[in-house]
Design a protein around this ligand. Structure first.
Ligand code: GDD
Ligand code: MG
Length: 358
């Protein structure tokens, strides 16, 4: 196995406003664009050539990763002029692949943080001569995912994308091994969903589609809460990544980040380059992007503070996303689910959730 395709063309709607100017896989996560962690894992598993299937904000990928040499990879880029969906995106990069028809190609959704053994998945695929082998995980609520039904031998019997009443909690974890020839068989030049069209089509044609269960760490970082969780798990080392630029622990302070002596920064928080945490502030399990400022006595938990944004003195944020350069005035209280748009300004003390706040 030496080749992989990464699907990175989605708009990342659920992560707005962080994805307004930035593709989802390029959002800094534990100090580097999220995709870096996936690329490092693929390289460590023996992949040497990666093709990025891009669409939304395509230019940001090549501008950062170039030819891939810095990561010890060869990276090619293919951009869809109109989004082709997951299956169309895979088909669209076929010209860049070097594998022979029977050889395995690894495919990853670009927002999945997975500690599973990629090489073991490929080995299982090869051993059984499968057409496609899907990494499967078990989740509490499978409704937001592709539900995958297998028989005792691991053969996939049904693939039900985002079904309201899933028959099992085993889901598609977004990492596939495809026989190269199966990629060439996807229809060309039109949108195709690998989940809604390709997998069901392969099953009804009798192709051998296998499920490979591996219960190592797994997370889809597609929502703000999951994004923050993934970032802190990388910083604390709960999921290992050789791409984290520093030792793992309670916090990761990037060069040029500043934390006041009596501030408490913990729970896997990242303090970006040039970001500042003021006196007596508490920042837990959060992501402060470059140049973000948390002023004196503010409390920030499980939140993302965008580049150059500022959180005023005594403000309290829990489970919030603050867009780039937004200004949260002093003593505001923002709770779970709130998203402050890039550049927005909240006047001092204008949002409160309890009457006893200072
Ligand atoms: N190139 C390209 N073109 N990529 C795309 C396109 C497109 O038109 N649309 C989506 N993608 C990429 C996204 O960037 C993302 O990396 C991946 O395809 C999956 O899209 P998501 O939008 O994140 O899908 P999801 O999370 O709702 O569901 C998918 O992932 C789940 C596991 O995390 C499905 O594959 C589910 O079956 C699966 O359970
Ligand atoms: Mg996703």
């Amino acid at each position: 196995m030496s080749e992989a395709i990464l699907l990175v063309g989605g708009k990342g709607t659920r992560l707005r406003p962080l994805t307004l100017n930035c593709a989802k896989p390029m959002i800094p996560t534990a100090g580097v664009p999220f995709l870096t962690h996936q690329l490092a894992r693929l390289r460590d598993a023996g992949v040497t050539h990666v093709v990025l299937a891009t669409s939304y904000r395509a230019e940001t990928f090549s501008a950062h990763f170039g030819d891939g040499a810095e990561l010890g990879l060869e990276i090619d880029y293919v951009t869809e002029t109109e989004p082709l969906g997951t299956g169309g995106g895979i088909r669209n990069v076929a010209d860049k692949l070097r594998s022979a028809p029977d050889e395995p190609v690894v495919i990853f959704n670009g927002d999945v943080l997975s500690g599973h053994d990629i090489a073991a998945q490929v080995a299982a695929h090869q051993e059984r001569g499968a057409d496609v082998t899907l990494h499967l995980v078990e989740v509490d609520d499978p409704r937001a995912f592709g539900c995958v039904v297998t028989d005792e031998s691991g053969r996939v019997e049904a693939f039900l994308e985002k079904t309201p009443d899933p028959p099992t909690n085993r889901i598609n974890a977004g990492c596939y091994v495809f026989k190269r020839s199966v990629i060439d068989g996807i229809p060309e030049g039109r949108p195709v969903s690998v989940e809604r069209e390709t997998f069901p089509g392969l099953l009804s044609s009798g192709a051998l589609v296998l499920g490979h269960v591996d219960s190592a760490y797994w997370l889809d970082l597609g929502t703000p809460a999951a994004f923050v969780q993934g970032s802190r798990d990388l910083v604390t080392g709960r999921i290992a990544s050789t791409a984290v630029p520093g030792p793992t622990g309670e916090k990761l302070v990037l060069p040029g980040g500043e934390v006041a002596i009596d501030a408490k920064v913990s729970g896997g928080t990242t303090v970006g380059a040039g970001a500042v945490v003021g006196r007596g502030a508490v920042v837990e399990g959060s992501v402060l992007l470059d140049g973000a400022v948390v002023e004196e006595g503010a409390v920030v938990r499980d939140s993302v503070v965008g580049a150059g944004a500022s959180i005023g003195a005594g403000a309290v944020l829990e489970g919030v996303v603050v867009g780039e350069a937004a200004r949260i005035g002093a003593r505001n209280e923002l709770l779970t689910g709130v998203r402050v748009w890039a550049g927005a300004e909240l006047a001092e003390g204008s949002v409160r959730f309890s009457s006893d706040a200072g």
